[in-house]
Ligand binder design. Structure first.
Ligand code: COA
Ligand code: UVW
Length: 323
């Protein structure tokens, strides 16, 4: 993973990729924005009141050289943002509503990305995922051919690296959603230099239990294979059958995964979000993300439990998605 960050930083150097951070007053955001600007990896834009942000930076002894600060209350281009938002929402908001909504830092920041005044957005250190991603779902929207945005974590512990999905967005995915999540997660894994071997997780392995929940997952495997015939994907698997070769040999002897999966697609957001936090907090994995897949432009959410290092890394990944 450190190789990935080194090579991404090299690619980003001198490109002046602009990343907007709507939570300009958050200490973790300020610390990483200051570091990113100093290292000239990205050009940070902090959202908030300039005097307050500068005051907080002084308290923390942080330099804000090469960091821009945009205050929605006094933003010169606000009319352009409002008009573009009304047009994008296509009858769903009035001009008057838009003027109020765009004072919200996440809507404001997302419009900066939509209008290419910033190249990507990182938020969520102080906002829930719903409040962070809703503007992106409404404004940035998914790429052609992709129905659902989803959120993955890259789970890293020394040499081990896995992708966990969806841990952030879709509360109750159906078979079609899970298949799409599998295909997109495999692409994300490739972005991180992995050769994806995708396991669709359940509480059952290859029909050891049969219920609507297990059938949802086995149907998703069939759909994923149709969507991407060359993808190595299988299930439904319990986690041990996906991850432990000796267990796979007894529970799923005919599967090509052979207990060696590195991309894990959870059957619901409950399972995915709980699963990644257990690996992070009990298993000492670093959890990088959630990285949102399938959007037209890069917007990424943080966990509210993040630290400044997590913000720094997610900003680099976001800038990398913008290249
Ligand atoms: C993501 C989430 C906020 C969307 O819910 P919502 O705001 O109620 O969404 P709505 O149904 O009102 O849809 C808002 C817009 O987003 C779109 N949308 C909703 N889910 C989407 C998805 N997964 N992918 C792409 N677009 C989506 C809708 O189509 C709609 O677009 P439109 O207004 O242009 O028609 C909601 O599913 C959620 O809260 N998920 C869980 C987040 C969470 O707490 N995760 C755990 C911590 S990481
Ligand atoms: C990804 C996630 O779980 O975010 P939070 O901890 O902010 O809810």
């Amino acid at each position: 993973m450190s190789d990935l960050f080194t090579s991404l930083k090299e690619k980003l150097a001198g490109k002046d990729i602009k990343i907007v951070f709507p939570e300009g007053m958050d200490e973790r955001i300020l610390t990483s924005a200051s570091r990113l600007a100093e290292e000239q990896i990205v050009k940070p834009i902090l959202v908030g009141n300039a005097e307050d942000i500068q005051g907080k930076a002084n308290e923390l002894n942080l330099s804000l050289n090469n960091v821009d600060i945009y205050d929605p209350m006094h933003f010169e281009g606000m009319d352009e943002l409002i008009n573009a938002f009304v047009e994008r929402r296509n009858g769903k908001v009035t001009h008057e509503d838009a003027a109020k909504i765009l004072l919200d830092e996440n809507y404001f920041g997302t419009m900066l990305v939509y209008l290419n005044k910033a190249d990507g957005l990182v938020s969520g250190a102080a906002h829930s995922t719903a409040d962070t991603v809703r503007p992106a779902l409404q404004i940035i929207k998914t790429k052609p051919g992709i129905k659902k945005t989803s959120g993955v974590f890259i789970m890293v512990r020394e040499e081990e690296k896995y992708v966990f999905a969806d841990c952030a967005i879709n509360i109750a995915p159906d078979s079609q959603d899970l298949a799409e999540i599998a295909v997109e997660s495999a692409k994300t894994a490739q972005m991180f230099g992995m050769e994806p071997r995708v396991a669709m997780l359940s509480f059952s392995t290859k029909g050891s239990a049969v219920s609507p929940e297990t059938t949802k997952v086995s149907d998703a495997v069939a759909i994923a294979k149709e969507l991407e015939p060359t993808l190595l994907v299988d299930g439904e698997f319990q986690f041990d059958a996906a991850f432990v070769p000796s267990v796979a040999a007894s529970k799923a002897p005919n599967s090509d995964i052979k207990g060696d999966a590195n991309v894990f697609v959870f059957p619901s957001l409950e399972a995915g979000n709980i699963g990644y936090k257990i690996a992070q907090r009990l298993g000492n994995f670093e959890a990088v993300g959630p990285i949102l897949q399938g959007l037209n432009q890069p917007v990424n959410d943080l966990s509210r439990g993040c630290n400044a290092e997590d913000v720094y890394k997610l900003a680099i990944i976001t800038a990398g998605q913008a290249l």
